[in-house]
Structures are given as structure tokens and as C-alpha cells.
Design a protein around this ligand. Sequence first.
Ligand code: NAP
Ligand code: NAG
Length: 364
Amino acid sequence: MAPRTLSLGKMALLVLFSLVLTLALGMGLPEGLSFFARLFGFTESSVTYGIVLLYLVYVLYVAVPALPRGTVPVEGKHVLITGCDTGFGFALAKHLHAIGFTVFAGCLLKDKGGDGATELKSMQSDRMKVLQLNVTSDEEVAQAVEFVKKNLKEPERGLWGVVNNAGVSGFGDIEFASLDNYKELADVNLWGTVRVTKAFLPLIRRAKGRVVNIASMLGRMAVPSRSCYSISKYGVEAFSDCLRQEMYRWGVKVAVIEPSNFVAATGILTRERVEIQADKLWKEASEIVQEDYGKDYFAHQVVLMKSFLNSGLKDMSLVLNDITDALSSKFPYTRYNPSDTYWWVRLILTTHLPAAIADWIYIH
Ligand SMILES: NC(=O)c1ccc[n+]([C@@H]2O[C@H](COP(=O)([O-])OP(=O)(O)OC[C@H]3O[C@@H](n4cnc5c(N)ncnc54)[C@H](OP(=O)(O)O)[C@@H]3O)[C@@H](O)[C@H]2O)c1
Ligand SMILES: *[C@@H]1O[C@H](CO)[C@@H](O)[C@H](O)[C@H]1NC(C)=O
């Protein structure tokens, strides 16, 4: 076995980096502050106050809610949202409409007379346009582009925003989940997002508009039994990062929304869906997996998943406000974390601590 060694060059770089950082923070900071104190005629002792003040500014920066950054005018701006049948998409369509946007509400079940599409249509507003849109279908996405082009007041000025919201969820340990489980979730969550974004980008670039992708906190960190979902959402994050970088030169801004647990507020994972999935997972697992893990372990996982269903935030307004900010702020953020405190802390710790320590805190 090859010994675990660090190349000499890499080691030297790491040591050098630590030295520079130590010198900069340990000596550079007081030195620099002394310099400014002398420059402006303050006493040397004010340097201590300076350090305390810097620290205070930092703490305030972390603690104070986002400063207002100005908004773009909303009138005459059109936004397409996918997955408007239920949940965030349905609520967002109404919310954006209420604040003055013209909404193209893509619904999976419009042609089948789904409740969400029917209710949005019954608003009978010029600014609420409901269309059939299954994000896994090339044909329906192409038809959606045509529909949007035809219904834009000034097509040459493009489409202001796309919100990739359509999504499906699931659970199940890796040894229970079939490859088809992985593919089904990725088809909607990841390839659906890629397909819709690519189709609408020419219109979005015309408007120097916005792409808003609904990923998840599970697009930044993984938890046991959610690998199918997490993979698809990590993919959305990677896609959004590339897109953001490629779009700078076009003036298009890309934002990712990473909600924590809002399961209780939406239709993404109902008790019924969990039960259907659980049945399927157990039946399709190999004999050896059933035997090794055991029915008790599996039943416990299902109970855990069901308890998760009742644990989330019931008010979606955090999510709706963040999506609205991403669409209408002059300076939208790259990432938004609408979340409760528990998951916010867990996300920060998991993405900043060494993995072994984060696992020790949360998983063992
Ligand atoms: N709720 C949460 O806790 C949470 C947390 C983080 C991220 N998210 C993300 O938020 C987004 C919205 O989900 P939600 O929580 O509002 O759940 P939801 O109520 O289930 O909404 C998702 C909608 O997308 C639709 N959809 C499914 N497959 C589609 C397809 N192929 N084409 C078009 N639409 C399709 C669903 O229709 P059907 O119901 O008929 O399948 C549903 O109406 C998803 O991307 C989800 O991953 C949710
Ligand atoms: C969405 O489109 C896919 C691929 O074309 C198809 O397999 C699926 O049945 C469609 N879903 C609905 C609800 O129409």
C-alpha cells in the first residue's frame, strides 16, 4: 500500500500559508491600525479600540438582516415558473402575480385538469398565464418556449426570469434504492432544470434577466437515506455555479435557493408517498440486503422519515421572499438559505468543519 504522504512542495506551501496568515493577523493588523492611528492623530491606545470595533462590525455583519439593496421595477416583467400545481410553485405564482409580475405558470397537470392549474386559471388575469409543462419532456418544453414567445408583449426584449421549481423527492438507503430511483429523481430535478434553462436562455439573455434554481440544503450537504435526492440537488448546484460564471458577460444573474425542511407546507413528501415508496424499496431490495439490514431497521427508517414530515416549517414565506429577492433585487445573492435555526447551524457547521468532526456531531 502506498504510504499517505504529502508531497514536499505541497507541504512547504501549507507551512508558508500558515506563517503568512499568522504574521498578517498577529502583527499586520495591530501594525496597520497603529499606522492609521498615527496618520489621523489618535493615541496608540485607540488601536485596542480599533480591534474591538472591527470585531463589532464583523459580528453585526453576521447578525443584522440583509440591508436593502434596491429593487428593479416589476411592471411589464414576465417570469416563468415550473411545477406550479402545488407547493412553492403554486404559492409563488400567486405571490409574484400579486406584486405585479406577469406570470407564466407551468403546470404538470394542466391538460389533465389538475387543481392547481384550474385555480390559477380561474383568477382570469391577463398577468396569469397557465401553460402545460412537464419538464422531462423535450416536446412540452419546446411548446412552452413557443407559448411564452407568443405571449410576451415585446418578444424582442426577452423574458425576465425563469424559476426552476418543479421537483420530486424520495428516500431510502443506498442499498435499498434502485438505479431507477436515482434516475427518476434526476430526470425531474436535474435534467428538467438543465432542459428548461437551456431552452429559455436565449430569451433570458435578451432581457439581461434572472435564472433562479430551487435546489435544497441537501444540495450542499448529505444526510443518510437521501442519496437519490441529494445527488440530483448537488447537480443543480454545480449547474448553477457554471451558469453563473458563464452568464456574467451577458448580464444575466443566477441564484440558488436552498430551503431547509418545509415538507409540512408542500406536497413534496406526504405520508402516503412515503408509504408507497417504503413498500417498493423493501420489495425491490435483494434478499441479502433484507436479511443483513433486517425488517426492524427498515421499519425504523420509515418511522424516522414520517417524523421528518411533521417537523418542518409550515410557513413558506421565507422561501417566497427569497425567490422574490432573487428576481427583483438590484443585487441578488448567489445563494439563499430559507431555513429554521437548527438546519441553518447544521448546514454552516457541515460545510465548514472537517467532515469527520461534522459526522461525529450529527451522524454518530
Ligand atoms: N418542501 C421542502 O421541504 C423542500 C425543501 C427543499 C427544496 N425543495 C424543492 O422545492 C421545489 C418545489 O417543491 P415543493 O416542496 O413545493 O413540492 P411539491 O408541492 O411537490 O411541488 C413540486 C411540483 O412539481 C411538480 N412536478 C413533478 N414532476 C414534474 C415534471 N416532470 N414537470 C413539471 N412539474 C413536475 C409536482 O407535481 P406532482 O405533485 O403531480 O408530482 C408538484 O406540483 C422542488 O424542487 C423541491 O425539491 C422543497
Ligand atoms: C412527463 O414526461 C415524461 C417523458 O416524456 C413521461 O414519461 C411522463 O409520463 C410525463 N408525466 C406526466 C404526468 O405526464
